[in-house]
Ligand binder design. Structure first.
Ligand SMILES: [Mn+2]
Length: 336
């Protein structure tokens, strides 16, 4: 397997940025809050430093992310292919070809110009230079280190760099509840709040701005709940008709996998959603070990299904219907 480790320094990346004429900002398709927040922070900061920067997005973008983006321009890579004159590609929050698919071929031809900033355990040789820190709570904590290296002075307020970084950090740590919310994460949060961000505004944008269809599909997911392994595993199932009848989109399923974690016995929660006929999206969450030492590395579990993520939050996509997907996931879980 490719050795996905750091091979450069923030200082070297900062030099590359200083020397660059036109920077491309890239993240994984179907971006989450950390992905877009990290891109927005870089777009805003590098522009303020006088750089020409283009931010590319791929796949559907949740409405909350569009709200946070505000006036900052984002270019949909599928509709508007990248410019030809980029001399630096900054890829954040992923280093995996499977997550870069719409731009993968384009990036492959520019390997020497590409730089990755990532906090995932696994990745591919997508870039000549890379910083990988799986202890980082979010890609945003790597972005701030790069901005510090560039001497960027942090600004607050609506549409600011601090706001984008806070949104990234807060969403990737489940608003500072998950196991990845370490001391660095809280220290960065404090620094961003001192720069002047409205955290309750961001919370409302992220967690309290859904359509009624979200609650309707959440009710469906909860009513499908099944326990396994003596109550240690929780499964939720969303079928095609659940999405159709509630009018919920795939983006509205974000976070539903967390609900069963409120039950004490549950150590792993799994949500299976058939998003298209013959395609099932599987989300995994696990709790850090308590005294019993029992825990499941869901990154490893997802990896066996050609997916990935983090030790406590991961996902995979299976090219089959939900019943077959459920059989495969149960079998893989039991083997672990
Ligand atoms: Mn992330």
């Amino acid at each position: 397997m490719f050795n996905y480790v750091t091979n450069t320094t923030f200082a070297e990346i900062a030099d590359r940025i200083r020397a660059a004429g036109h920077v491309a900002l890239i993240t994984h398709s179907k971006p989450d809050g950390d992905a877009v927040g990290s891109q927005l922070a870089l777009r805003r900061a590098l522009s303020a430093l006088g750089k020409r920067v283009t931010l590319y997005a791929m796949g559907p973008i949740e409405r909350s992310l569009i709200t946070v983006a505000g006036e900052t321009p984002m270019r949909q890579a599928e509709d508007d292919p990248p410019y030809d004159d980029h001399d630096l590609l900054l890829i954040v929050d992923t280093g995996a070809w499977s997550q870069l698919e719409p731009l993968a071929q384009w990036i492959r031809q520019r390997h020497d110009l590409a730089v990755v900033l990532d906090h995932h355990v696994h990745g591919d040789d997508v870039a000549a230079l890379r910083i990988v820190d799986s202890n980082a709570a979010a890609a945003a904590t790597l972005v701030i280190r790069l901005l510090d290296e560039l001497g960027y002075e942090l600004t607050g307020g609506v549409g600011s760099v601090a706001e984008a970084l806070f949104f990234a950090l807060a969403t990737d740590t489940g608003w500072f509840r998950f196991a990845n919310a370490n001391a660095d994460a809280f220290a960065l949060a404090a620094r961003l709040m001192e720069a002047g961000i409205d955290n309750s505004r961001l919370y409302q944008i992220s967690e309290e701005s859904f359509e009624p269809s979200r609650l309707a599909v959440e009710a469906r997911a909860l009513s499908s709940l099944e326990y396994a392994l003596d109550g240690r595993a929780a499964f939720q199932f969303l079928r095609l008709e659940d999405l159709k009848e509630t009018g919920a989109s795939v983006e509205e399923l974000t976070g539903l996998v967390n609900n069963p974690m409120s039950v004490g016995t549950v150590r792993i929660s799994i949500l299976l959603a058939e998003t298209e006929p013959g395609r099932t999206k599987v989300s995994f969450r696990s709790k850090p070990p308590l005294d019993d030492g029992l825990w499941i590395d869901v990154n490893e579990l997802a990896g066996q299904l050609n997916g990935g993520g983090h030790a406590h939050a991961a996902g995979a996509r299976l090219p089959c219907g939900i019943d077959e997907a459920a059989r495969i996931v149960r079998r893989t879980l039991e083997e672990l």
